[in-house]
Design a protein around this ligand. Structure first.
Ligand code: NAD
Ligand code: TYD
Length: 347
């Protein structure tokens, strides 16, 4: 099987590529990535010379290139992760999200449709999406697969739109697809613009920890390798035309999460207890900030036997260790354009 993974040089994509390359020697894994600021081939040095792996630099919004690529490789399966993924960036530049997340996804669907000419036996298009399409929960309740879409940010609106297109191609053209909507991921190789890696980097550097609003926003956190395992399972065993919610049953308010992170970092850095917490700084809230996300992952548990394997305390400790052991990675991704982004976003 020729499998195309898009966005495989990014955070989640790199864990998915590694897992597939190592687990399925009889598949050929093609990793298509534009290497935007969020893509980094350093994430995949351990598999780059595997005989069942090929990296292709390219943009999913380049329609001619995408069409030619599908004609050349006749991908049996697509696992689509390439996206603009950061809510704050979507607030300052929504069009980039429309272009990649909506139009890029539709280009891939068209190319997949065109190459298989509606003869889809044994083929599958897997769209990796987010729980943010469901909007915000109040203090109680969980997102299930039947929760109505109600996106609030340009990012979640673009992901919701791409989910709808994938579903529509299934209904209209009989394309075999599967979608998963996952909660917030964390772990190694996470670009330090998102909460956990940004705060790890700032703690290392003794810089302020910018908590938006009062910090009482809640997210459901999942270790990235558990997500990659779920993606593998859904790709192979999920039912066509179905959606699977993936989450950790692991809710934390931002403030409690940051306190735990500070505590673990103090221990690992040999700082006095409470030292890193002093860096917490309350800053202007994010516009349209969703109060709470929480996933009900009963369906994937019951149908596919998946559940998270790593507790949050363990996963966070592993994550911090990775950043402390990979300071070169961290300093290379936080030089140059990152400094300009940081200044614009936080000062
Ligand atoms: P990321 O930003 O770390 O990686 C995205 C990757 O896509 C990068 O390697 C980037 O270079 C590539 N890319 C961006 N635009 C492209 C284009 N036009 N053409 C080709 N490649 C392009 O994102 P991530 O956190 O790894 O998320 C991956 C996917 O999972 C996204 O679709 C995201 O919506 C979804 N998701 C993420 C989370 C999360 O917590 N991070 C949770 C649920 C779902
Ligand atoms: P983020 O990692 O951007 O993920 P998402 O917005 O997709 O959930 O943010 C997680 C939570 O942390 C969210 O409630 C916003 C908050 N946050 C801060 O308080 N400060 C920050 O600097 C960042 C990046 C996020």
């Amino acid at each position: 099987m020729n499998i195309l993974v898009t966005g495989g040089a990014g955070f989640i994509g790199s864990h998915v590529v590694r897992r597939l390359v190592n687990t399925y020697p009889n598949y050929h894994i093609f990793n298509l990535d534009a290497l935007t600021y969020a893509g980094n081939l350093e994430n995949l040095t351990d598999v780059e010379s595997a005989s069942n792996y090929t990296f292709i630099k390219g943009d999913i919004t380049d329609v001619d290139f995408i069409d030619a690529l599908f004609v050349e490789h006749k991908f049996d399966g697509v696992i689509h992760l390439a996206a603009e993924s950061h809510v704050d960036r979507s607030i300052t530049d929504p069009m980039a999200f429309v272009k990649t997340n909506v139009m890029g996804t539709v280009h891939l669907l068209n190319a997949f449709k065109s190459v298989w000419q509606d003869n889809y036996k044994g083929k599958r298009f897997y769209h990796v999406s987010t729980d943010e399409v469901y909007g915000s929960l109040g203090k109680t309740g969980l997102f299930t697969e039947t929760t109505s879409y109600d996106p609030n940010s340009p990012y979640s609106a673009s992901k919701a739109s791409s989910d709808h297109f994938v579903r529509a191609y299934g209904e209209t053209y009989g394309m075999p697809y599967v979608i998963s909507n996952c909660s917030n991921n964390y772990g190694p190789n996470h670009f330090p613009e998102k909460l956990i890696p940004l705060f790890i980097n700032n703690i290392i550097q003794n810089k302020p920890l910018p908590v938006y609003g009062d910090g009482n926003y809640t997210r459901d956190w999942l270790f990235v390798e558990d997500h990659a395992r779920a993606i593998d399972l859904v790709f192979h065993d999920g039912n066509n035309g179905e959606t699977y919610n993936i989450g950790g049953f692991n809710e934390w308010t931002n403030l409690n999460l940051v306190k735990l992170l500070c505590q673990q970092m103090d221990e690992k850095l040999g700082r006095p207890t409470g030292e890193s917490e002093k860096l917490i700084t309350y800053v202007k809230d994010r516009p349209g900030h969703d109060l709470r996300y929480a996933i009900d992952s009963t369906k994937i548990n019951k149908e596919l036997g998946w559940k998270p394997s790593v507790t949050f305390e363990e996963g966070l400790a592993k994550t911090i260790d990775w950043y402390l052991e990979n300071e070169e990675w961290l300093s290379s991704v936080t030089s140059g354009a990152y400094q300009a982004y940081y200044k614009k976003q936080y000062q």
